[in-house]
Design a protein around this ligand. Structure first.
Ligand code: GUN
Length: 285
């Protein structure tokens, strides 16, 4: 039977409606939620992500600013920018678009962002709070994935979840969030010996490796929930995920498309974190 297609676009639109209502209430109290994104260099993919964030902010009424810096910026200059934004009361959320040029220490930069303005959820204090289950800003893509699964109406608790990929941005945190939802979690990565065997047993598969169409339908457990985080461009120009959608869609029970699956959720959770930050920093929650 054909899988139910989980439309991230539709779920994101639904959540953004509620975010806009919250922004309207904040604005009526004189609080304008503000997000500042720092973009270093001219990576076309980063440029496109950042423009997407700016557009989404505008649509829900969040004030956004992009601080563009040449890739000759020194680490000290970048840290000084962060100090300025950390101290600016109109800025509730700060995001430094990754990756950064090689001469800049990414960890030092992330560590400099005030944890209560770290709407990416990358600061070690937020990561630590997420792991122990305390209040924090959850990282946007992992949070979006959990929302997509929950809104599909399917239970996570007790299920076998396989996360393919162990990045700090997606693989590791989504594993923690699935564990928090009481899944039994396996993390596979580039050194995993028999990935197919693990995929065959999984009720939930989260694919976040960045290898085009690597997971084939023939390996997927019938009825499984398949969440595809991959965004890969083939030589033909076509955008595909880490899952071979054509072969998977008749075997999975639920599957996210690429594009239009996880992608729209990432920005949506960033908007949510920014509104939460504006509330917290103004003592509203
Ligand atoms: N680069 C790719 N994904 C992300 C993300 O979620 N946040 C930031 N800051 N940079 C990224």
């Amino acid at each position: 039977m054909a899988a139910h297609i989980i439309s991230g676009k539709e779920v994101a639109a639904d959540i953004r409606k509620s975010i806009k209502e919250q922004v309207d209430v904040l604005r009526s109290h004189g609080v304008i939620p503000g997000l500042t994104v720092i973009l270093v260099g001219e990576d076309p993919a980063s440029e496109s992500y950042v423009r997407g964030k700016e557009k989404a902010c505008g649509e829900v009424g969040i004030a956004s600013e992009i601080v563009r810096r040449n890739d000759s910026i020194t680490q000290e200059q970048l840290l000084a920018e962060l100090d300025r934004l950390n101290a600016d009361p109109a800025v509730h959320g700060i995001l430094v678009q990754l990756p950064l040029p090689a001469h800049i220490d990414e960890k030092a930069v992330i560590n400099r962002i005030r944890p209560d303005k770290d709407v990416d959820g990358f600061h070690p204090i937020n990561v630590g709070n997420m792991v122990v289950g305390d209040d924090c800003y959850l990282p946007c893509t992992p949070h979006g994935i959990i929302e997509l699964i929950k809104r599909s109406g399917q239970a996570i608790s007790g299920k076998q979840a396989l996360v393919v990929g162990r990045s700090n941005i997606v693989g590791k945190p989504v594993s923690m969030l699935l564990l928090r939802e009481n899944a039994t979690v396996t993390i596979a990565h580039s050194r995993t010996e028999d990935l197919s065997a693990l995929v065959r047993e999984a009720d939930i598969v989260v694919a976040a490796v960045g290898r085009p169409q690597m997971i084939k339908g023939s390996d997927i457990k019938p009825g499984a929930i398949v969440i595809d985080v991959g965004v890969n461009r083939l030589e033909t120009g076509k955008l595909v995920g880490d899952v071979d959608f054509e072969s998977a869609k008749d075997i999975a029970g639920y599957i996210t498309p690429v594009p239009g699956g996880v992608g729209p959720m990432t920005i949506t959770m960033l908007l949510k974190n920014t509104v939460d930050a504006a509330k917290k920093l103004n003592g509203i929650i």
